[in-house]
Design a protein around this ligand. Structure first.
Ligand SMILES: [Zn+2]
Length: 120
């Protein structure tokens, strides 16, 4: 992968990371604001289910943030865009759509097939 491409994916990942961090801090402040006194128990139940929903989203965000950080590390190490299974380059098309991926499309499919059959 040449420097120009590395720079492109680096800024793509940094942009995604920034958005996620902003989203995560917004979610957190929403939760703090909503917490308080509930005159009606139904309000409290709604708030609790909203809160669980937000926590689940945050869990997903947190995982994605980790993946993005790892991808940025791989860019620095020079292993970004290389499939960790077969060590072949991952296609640009796939990287564009999902820059945090560590598997080429072929290995990803093989992995999913194995998962479906319950082997992995
Ligand atoms: Zn592969």
């Amino acid at each position: 992968m040449n420097e120009k491409k590395r720079e492109y994916y680096r800024s793509l990942l940094n942009e995604q990371l920034k958005e996620l961090m902003e989203e995560a801090s917004k979610t957190l402040s929403d939760m703090t604001i909503t917490e308080g006194e509930f005159a009606d128990p139904a309000d409290r139940a709604t708030w609790e289910s909203d809160r669980n929903f937000l926590l689940r989203i945050r869990e997903r965000e947190r995982k994605l943030i980790t993946k993005i950080r790892e991808a940025l590390e791989r860019i620095e190490e020079g292993t970004f865009g290389i499939c960790e299974r077969c060590e072949e380059p991952i296609s640009d098309k796939r990287l564009e759509a999902r820059p945090v991926t560590t598997l080429c499309i072929k290995c990803k499919q093989e992995q999913e097939d194995l998962e479906k059959r319950g082997i992995q």
